[in-house]
Write a protein of this length. Structure first.
Length: 165
């Protein structure tokens, strides 16, 4: 009986194909994702440059105010302080807004890549008749027996790099 069970288990294991892949490897080789991330980096640099200009503008206006404040009438000094405070708040709001826009752009790029990868996984799964496919990057599956599984990262990558029809 034990021999029969062992034989049945071996036959079932041979028929059940398990695939695994590395999401990080796929993202690193996905040209579309890499282009999107490069565009986000350009956007980050543009925002950083604009932030630097805004900060320099504030610094210059603040230094001028400090130089002149002793000579200004009380109402003008209060108006300039108010203007400086408003400029400082706008600069801070711009910084926060740009951080949110950059984060959103990164999330959109990742989401679009994951959709493409998911579709490619589906194709590989159907073509290879896999029972299950696992992302080997996560720690939920720390060991995958290579005798009963196959690394399909390259197969998924080739689907992703194929020209879209």
């Amino acid at each position: 009986m034990a021999i029969c069970f062992a034989c049945c288990s071996t036959i079932m294991a041979q028929q059940a194909k398990i695939g695994f892949f590395s999401m990080q490897d796929l993202l690193n080789t996905d040209v579309t994702y890499q282009e999107a991330i490069a565009n986000v980096q350009v956007l980050k640099q543009q925002y950083a440059n604009e932030q630097k200009i805004a900060e320099q503008d504030f610094k210059e206006k603040y230094e001028l105010f400090l130089e002149q404040q002793g000579d200004l009438a009380k109402s003008i000094r209060a108006k300039r302080q108010s203007d400086l405070q408003a400029l400082l708040e706008r600069t801070e709001n711009f910084r926060k807004e740009t951080q949110q826009l950059i984060k959103k752009s990164e999330e959109e790029a990742l989401s679009a890549a994951k959709i493409r990868i998911s579709e490619a996984i589906q194709k590989v799964a159907e073509q290879g008749d896999y029972l299950i496919i696992v992302n080997s990057d996560s720690e939920t599956c720390p060991y995958i027996n290579p005798n009963f599984s196959e690394d399909i990262t390259e197969k998924i990558s080739s689907i992703l790099s194929a020209p879209q029809q």
